[in-house]
Design a protein around this ligand. Structure first.
Ligand code: GLY
Length: 422
C-alpha cells in the first residue's frame, strides 16, 4: 500500500516509524515531515492545512491510505476534501473534529450523552463572564472555545487571574476568533490521564492508557506546554480499565454524534481527570493522538498499525484485536530556550547519530541547515527521546541516558518525568 502521513512533529515521526515496520506498506510519504521522517519516508513539501493541494497530490500519486496527525487539517476539513476525491483517509470529518475545535460543542455533546465532565458555562460577553467568575470564586478553569495551539486553557488559582484570562480572550482577542467564546469550567483537583481510541464509525478500539507531563519545569511548575514527557502505563488509570472507559465515554459520544448525522472515523483522545474519590471525568476531547503520548503508545503497540488503520477506514475494526508488548514506555521532550514563548531557531543539534535497541529519538522542531546536512532546531519542542523497558523506571533510565548524548544551545528538559503526585 502507498501510505501518506500528514504532519511534521514528534507524533508523526512516531507514526511513520511504526508504519514503516508494516509489510503492507510499500511506499511511505510524510507531508511536510521533518529530518527524522525523511530517514524512513519521502517527505512531501505541502503544508498540513493546504487541503486541496494535499488531495490533488494524493490522487496523482495513487495513495491508498492517508493518516492525519495534527488537529488543524482535520478542523480545516481535510477528511471531507479527501472523501470528495474518493481518497481513503483515517481522520474525522470537519463536523466530527468539532469535538476538539469547539470546547462548547464538546461540552454540549458530553452533557447530552451523559458523559461525566466538570460543570461549565459558555460566555461571549466579558462582563457576564466576569460576574459569573466572581460568583463562582477560584480556582476555576478558563478555556478559549476554539483551537489555540495548546495555549487556550488557564487554570486560574485566583479570581484576578481568571478575569485576566477572560480579558485576554474576550477583549484583547489574543487567540483571535478561537477566543471569542470562552468556556468557564469547574476546577477539579485530581490526576490526569490520556485515554485514546481508534474508531471506525461504529467500533471503538481503545488504546492503553498514558499520562503526559504538561508543565514546563520539574515539580509540575511553570507554564503549561503541549507536554514535556509521557509514560505508559500510569498509576492514574490501569490499562485494564480502558474497556470500561470506552463504554462510559466513547460509545455514548459516538451515539450522540450519530443522532446529529455525524459519523466519527479516526483517533479520539479523552483527557480524563481522576479525583481523590477515584471518579473519572472528561476534561476535553482531541480528534487525534496525543503528542508526546504517541511516542510512548506506538513503541508499546505490537500490532501492525497499517493493518489496523486500513481496517478502520473500511469500517472493519470489529475483526481486529490490538496486541501490546509487555514492556513499559517513557519519553522526555527536549525543548528550546524560551518555550512555550518565543524561541530562537537554527541551533545545531549534536548526538543524533547513534541508535540503540528500544530507544528512539523522534524529531519534532527540527530542520536541515543550508548545508543540507546539519540538523538544527526549528520551534519549541525539538525532539522526543523515548524508550521501552521491563519497568517504567528502566524505560526512563534508558531515555535519560540517551538524551545525555544530545546537545543544542538552550536545550531544556524535565528531569522528573515518571515521578511526582501530579
Ligand atoms: N499532550 C497533550 C495533547 O496532545 O493534547
Amino acid at each position: 500500500m502507498k501510505v501518506l502521513v500528514v504532519g511534521g512533529g514528534g507524533r508523526e515521526h512516531a507514526i511513520v516509524w511504526k508504519l514503516r515496520q508494516s509489510p503492507k506498506v510499500t511506499e511511505l510519504f510524510c507531508a511536510p515531515g521533518n529530518p527524522g521522517t525523511a530517514q524512513l519516508a519521502t517527505n512531501v513539501d505541502i503544508g498540513v492545512t493546504n487541503t486541496g493541494a494535499l488531495a490533488v497530490w494524493a490522487v496523482q500519486n495513487k495513495i491508498d491510505l492517508t493518516v492525519v496527525g495534527p488537529e488543524a487539517p482535520l478542523a480545516a476539513g481535510l477528511a471531507d476534501v479527501f472523501a470528495q476525491h474518493g481518497l481513503r483517509i483515517f481522520g474525522p470529518s470537519q463536523a466530527a473534529a468539532q469535538l476538539e475545535a469547539s470546547k462548547s460543542f464538546a461540552k454540549e455533546v458530553m452533557q447530552k450523552a451523559g458523559v461525566p465532565t466538570p460543570r461549565a458555562e459558555l460566555f461571549e460577553e466579558f462582563e457576564a463572564a466576569k460576574r459569573y467568575v466572581e460568583e463562582q470564586g477560584a480556582p476555576v478553569v478558563i478555556k478559549a472555545d476554539g483551537l489555540a495551539a495548546g495555549k487556550g486553557v488557564t487554570v486560574a488559582m485566583t479570581v484576578d487571574e481568571a478575569i485576566a484570562a477572560l480579558k485576554e480572550c474576550l477583549l484583547d482577542e489574543r487567540f483571535g476568533s478561537s477566543g471569542k467564546k470562552v468556556v468557564v469550567e469547574e476546577f477539579i483537583k485530581g490526576r490526569e490521564a490520556s485515554v485514546m481510541a481508534i474508531i471506525d464509525g461504529t467500533t471503538v478500539l481503545p488504546l492503553v492508557v498514558s499520562q503526559d507531563y504538561k508543565r514546563l519545569n520539574d515539580g509540575d511548575q511553570g507554564p503549561n506546554t503541549g507536554g514535556m514527557g509521557a509514560i505508559s502505563p500510569t498509576d492514574v488509570l490501569a490499562d485494564e480499565q480502558v474497556e470500561g472507559l470506552a463504554a462510559e465515554i466513547f460509545i455514548p459520544v459516538l451515539k450522540e454524534l450519530w443522532s446529529r448525522d455525524i459519523r466519527y472515523v479516526g483517533f479520539l483522545y479523552a483527557g480524563v481527570i481522576v479525583d481523590e474519590e477515584g471518579v473519572a471525568r472528561v476534561l476535553e476531547f482531541n480528534c487525534r493522538l496525543g503528542d508526546p503520548e504517541t511516542q510512548v503508545l506506538l513503541p508499546r503497540l505490537q500490532s501492525d498499525l497499517c493493518e489496523v488503520l486500513d481496517a478502520a477506514v473500511s469500517g472493519k475494526l470489529s475483526s481486529i484485536e490490538l496486541s501490546w508488548k509487555s514492556e513499559a514506555a517513557a519519553c522526555v521532550v527536549l525543548s528550546s530556550r524560551g518555550y512555550p514563548g518565543e524561541v530562537d531557531d537554527g541551533k545545531p543539534i549534536t548526538g543524533l547519530e547513534s541508535t540503540e535497541n528500544d530507544v528512539f529519538v523522534f524529531h519534532a522542531g527540527t530542520t536541515l541547515a543550508e548545508d543540507g546536512q546539519t540538523v538544527v532546531s526549528k520551534g519549541g519542542r525539538v525532539l522526543t527521546v523515548a524508550a521501552l523497558g521491563e519497568t517504567r523506571n528502566r524505560a526512563l533510565g534508558k531515555a535519560y541516558a540517551r538524551l545525555e548524548k544530545i546537545s543544542f544551545d538552550g536545550m531544556h528538559c524535565r528531569r522528573d518525568i515518571g515521578g511526582g503526585a501530579w
